[in-house]
Structures are given as structure tokens and as C-alpha cells.
Design a binder for this molecule. Structure first.
Ligand SMILES: Cc1cc2nc3c(=O)[nH]c(=O)nc-3n(C[C@H](O)[C@H](O)[C@H](O)COP(=O)(O)O)c2cc1C
Length: 369
């Protein structure tokens, strides 16, 4: 259905977004049995680092701009007054710390352009790496020009197209037809070039899918693996009947983030920027993700909850703790910067090792080759 023709669905989109925020603020959206498998990654301690904390550099780049630290507040929200406040406050924190920031799905804005202000954060984040957001099914409907308009309307540096079939299937009103995904992304890659990011939302991107994304011209991938916020669980909590029962069975579904990032890096080599997100909760997780090959690590739920509890000050403090932990990890590994950290040995154990054995670099994608 063309965007903007169904007022009932338009308002429903905004209402659903606020229900999601309520659930994520306090609900049980991180199933206890799910794990990122970062516990299976052991960085090697250096007792004589020969470094001063001040000389460490966390600098990185994303979409052609400098970051003060390789961290991204991943896309969460927009489309209601409350969501707009979340975006503005988290964007302000991103600007202060020189990390990247993504808005949530701009579907509501595509349907009701008057909601643009709830995604617009450039006045509080003039230099931040800013990333727009749209779902793959909406991107297919909007076409390349429509997607570009969403990005340009908020002055974003890039746009994330999110993949969330697990969530959609659990959502009673969700999408059921996921065909033409690669064709959609291939067209977008041709039109947007390096300004396109493809992300999951907590179920992970496999090496097979990542390799095919790179083949069609995608240059930045956020694996968003399992172990953190589960969107199947979020929808399960909203659903009744069959959707609720099936959602319960699938709330542990997905590729653990550590397995996704390590295996995706192996297949994409230097052809893509890799972002690790999904269950990253502190600076040590960020360090482990970087050591496994991520260029940038992303967090959603911890910063959202910190903002809900303490506004800008709460989110800023959470970011300070994350960056202090990351610096401490670098120093204790004797690494002056992220490239040095990545070149150092690390020990992989347990279930993560099993995943990495089962996801070899030459795994063919479904329906490909
Ligand atoms: C409140 C909330 C809203 C979200 N909305 C979106 C969204 O609109 N688009 C998207 O791509 N991802 C969305 N996500 C998913 C996150 O970007 C991220 O991929 C996922 O939550 C895993 O990270 P986490 O464990 O740090 O939360 C949302 C996450 C949260 C917590």
C-alpha cells in the first residue's frame, strides 16, 4: 500500500511505537537464556602495558566522518512526542561524546510527514554521525528516491535498512512477505553508495547473508545478533493466542552477537565496515567486539533505559562508564588503539568455538550459487 493513504494504519504505527517503548523501558525483553557469547571471548592481560591512560586513542571513523570512540547508539525510535524527546536527548549525548547516533524506523514519518520533527536532531547534534532508519519492506515500497528523502529530511549521513523477519512474524499485524529483499538492497546500494547500512535487530546476520550483501554493493553491515533485546520477545509480550505461543518458542532465536561478528568479518574481509550490536552492555563487551573484528560497536537498550531513568545526565553517565571500560580494556591489553587491540591474541572458548566451526567462510547463502 502506498505510504500515507491509510490514516488508521498511520496512527497505529505511532501507537505501536509507544507500546514498544513502554515494554523496552521496564519489560522482560532480554530473555534470560539468550547469550551474546562474549563470555567465551577472553582478552589476554598485559601486566606491563608501558602506556599512560591519557595517550590511548579510541578514534575511529564511520561514513567518512571521525568518531571520538568506536561506538554507535543504534536506531530506536521516533514518531511520537515521547519518542522525539528520546531521540533528542540521546543525540545530545552522542554529540557530547563524539559517538554515532541512529534514529528509529522512519516509517511513521513516511506515512505522516508532520512527524519529521520527532526524528530531527541536527540542531542538538550538528556534527554527529547521524543515521536514518527504515524497514526492508517499507524500503521496497518507498523505492530509492523515497528512502533518500527520509535520509535527507533529517540531514542524516547514511540510512540503515533494518531486517526483522523474526519480529514481523510474531507481530499479529506484521509483514509476511519478505521477497525481493536483495533486489531492494541492490537498488539502494546503487543509488546511495556508501551511505547505506544494513542491520538486523537482534537475530543476527550470518556470514552467508553478509557475503551476499557485499556482493550486491552493501558496504556497511550491523550484525545485531542475539543475546540482548529480543524483538521476538517484545512482540510476544504484546501478542495473544497463537502469536504469543509461537513467539515464546522463538524468543531465543538468532545468531549470538559474538558469533555473528567474528564470522561476518571472516567472510567480508576488508570489503565492508562491520558494526557489532545486540546485547553489548559495557566497555569490555565493546572491546571484545572490536577484537573479534568489528569497526564500531552499537548499543540500544542500555542507553534507552539510562535516558528513561535519568534523562540526558543519566545517558551521559552510562556512556562515560562504557567508554571508561573500553579504555581500561585497551590499557590492560597493552593496546594503544583499536587496530593494536585487534592484532593481539585472544582466546575463544566454549559455545562460541562451536558456532565458528559451524559457520565456515565458504558457507553458501540460501538460494545463492
Ligand atoms: C526501544 C527500542 C526500539 C528499537 N527500534 C528500532 C527501530 O526502529 N529500527 C531498528 O533498526 N532497530 C530498532 N531497535 C533495535 C536496536 O537498534 C538493536 O538492533 C537491538 O535492540 C539490539 O541491541 P540491544 O541489545 O543493545 O538493545 C530498537 C531497540 C530498542 C531497545
Amino acid at each position: 500500500m502506498p505510504a500515507g493513504v491509510n490514516d488508521v494504519s498511520d496512527v497505529a504505527t505511532s501507537r505501536r511505537k509507544d507500546a514498544h517503548l513502554d515494554l523496552c523501558a521496564t519489560g522482560d525483553v532480554v530473555p534470560a537464556g539468550n547469550a551474546t557469547l562474549f563470555d567465551d571471548v577472553h582478552l589476554v592481560h598485559c601486566a606491563l602495558p608501558e602506556l599512560s591512560l591519557e595517550e590511548l586513542s579510541l578514534r575511529a571513523s564511520l561514513f567518512g566522518k571521525q568518531l571520538q570512540a568506536p561506538v554507535l547508539i543504534t536506531g530506536m525510535t521516533g514518531g511520537s512526542q515521547r519518542a522525539g524527546e528520546v531521540n533528542r536527548q540521546l543525540a545530545e549525548v552522542a554529540e557530547r561524546f563524539g559517538v554515532a547516533f541512529g534514529v528509529g524506523s522512519q516509517r511513521a514519518m513516511a506515512e505522516r510527514p508532520e512527524l519529521t520533527s520527532t526524528f530531527a536532531v541536527r540542531d542538538v547534534a550538528p556534527t554527529t554521525v547521524l543515521i536514518g532508519n527504515v524497514g526492508i519492506v517499507q524500503a521496497r515500497q518507498l523505492g530509492a528516491d523515497g528512502v533518500r528523502r527520509l535520509m535527507d529530511a533529517i540531514g542524516a549521513d547514511a540510512i540503515a535498512v533494518h531486517l526483522n523477519p523474526g519480529q514481523e512474524l510474531t507481530q499479529p499485524e506484521g509483514d509476511r512477505d519478505f521477497r525481493q529483499g536483495y533486489a531492494t538492497l541492490s537498488t539502494l546500494a546503487k543509488h546511495l553508495g556508501d551511505r547505506l547500512l544494513v542491520k538486523e535487530t537482534g537475530c543476527g546476520i550470518s556470514p552467508a547473508v553478509a557475503r551476499r550483501l557485499v556482493e550486491i554493493g552493501v558496504r556497511t553491515v550491523d550484525v545485531s545478533g542475539s543475546g540482548g533485546t529480543s524483538w521476538v520477545r517484545v512482540e510476544q509480550l504484546r501478542a495473544t493466542g497463537v502469536a504469543q505461543e509461537v513467539g515464546a518458542q522463538f524468543s531465543g532465536w538468532g545468531i549470538p552477537t559474538a558469533a555473528a561478528v567474528a564470522s561476518v568479518r571472516r567472510v567480508v574481509g576488508s570489503k565492508a565496515t562491520v558494526i557489532a550490536s545486540g546485547g553489548i552492555r559495557h566497555g569490555l563487551d565493546v572491546a571484545k567486539a572490536l577484537a573479534l573484528g568489528a569497526d564500531v560497536a552499537g548499543l540500544a537498550l542500555p542507553l534507552f533505559r539510562a535516558q528513561q531513568q535519568g534523562g540526558v545526565a543519566g545517558a551521559a553517565q552510562a556512556m562515560e562508564v562504557i567508554l571508561a571500560g573500553l579504555k581500561q580494556a585497551l590499557l590492560l591489553c597493552g593496546a594503544r588503539d583499536v587496530p593494536t587491540l585487534r592484532s593481539q591474541p585472544r582466546v575463544l572458548t566454549g559455545t562460541l568455538k562451536d558456532w565458528l566451526t559451524a559457520l565456515p567462510p565458504d558457507e553458501p547463502a540460501n538460494g545463492w550459487r
